[in-house]
Design a protein around this ligand. Sequence first.
Ligand code: HEC
Ligand code: HEC
Length: 284
Amino acid sequence: MRGYAVAGIVMLSLCILTAGCVPPPRMSGTLESADAGEQASSIDPVFLPPSPDTIPGDQRGDAIRMGYLMVVDTQGYGKRYVGNALNCTNCHIDAGLNPNAASFVGISTLYPQHDPRTNRVMSLEDRINDCVERNMNGTPIPPESTRLSAVVAYIEWLSQNVPPGSAVPWRGISRITSTRPPDPVNGKTVFEKKCVVCHGTDGQGSMAAPPVWGPRSYTIGADMARVGVAASFIKANMPRGWGWTVTDDEAFDVASYINSQPRPDFPGKTNDWLNGGKPGDVPY
Ligand code: HEC
Ligand code: HEC
């Protein structure tokens, strides 16, 4: 009975996500960290996540549904591993189904992949745990945990219509560029006008939105701690529901303001970019 109810809720929310919400078309852009793994291909798949009706009713289907729950309610289902107030879906918007917010669709076909930041080959499990540690200030989910294999099962299921070896044009967050150095003073003004209503005057979040700085936010080692990444995410997705309404300069200014505020350290940063290639907006 309980299983049925949970499955019903999940199916319903996935239906809403896939059918009800039509995200804006993905703008062109590149993901630096993806370059190494991306292969040139004549196949250009369309963004076509599978229908929730096709989640199998067997054990594998149960794992996929658990993976979905981990992504949308990491605070509940991944509680032991998360060290801040975030859920995966706060950044991988619409449970990884939004092509403008580091979508999970097609991603499993790209791993394992060399990661320039840590100079090692990462499995999809490793990359998920990288987000758990950096973006969620957490501790890695053990490799044998069914919670970790569930997230992988969910991402693989979302990726089923993307043939291995094909390009994933909507991958990552499409990068914008600024016309001048970011101005955190103007960023504060933008934040007060367009962000405090949900994220709070102190950036600590509210019932309406997660924190963007402070002890319950992402670490300085996070992807989102880079001004260029945060600006690009904000441009396409914020204010929530009103993506593409701030100018590129406003997005950079407000990102530089947010990322100049205090947030948790990431001690593992000393092992990053040892082979060079560190992007200019890495804050350490
Ligand atoms: C209408 C409410 C609302 C407004 C206004 C808003 N946000 Fe958000 N923001 C959200 C929600 C909700 C999420 C989480 C997305 C989700 O779970 O679907 C989020 C997520 C984020 C995140 C990533 C998650 C995190 O907390 O680190 C950042 C960064 C962010 N917003 C920045 C901004 C900035 C900058 C502005 C102003 C330009 C802004 N937001 C305006 C509601 C809002
Ligand atoms: C604070 C925001 C944030 C949170 C929370 C977060 N991530 Fe991420 N994640 C990112 C960003 C930003 C990237 C890199 C996107 C880019 O470089 O364009 C990323 C990248 C990834 C990638 C690699 C995508 C690719 O294209 O190769 C995976 C997989 C991933 N995250 C999974 C997760 C999972 C699972 C969770 C929850 C356990 C999670 N993330 C939580 C921000 C976040």
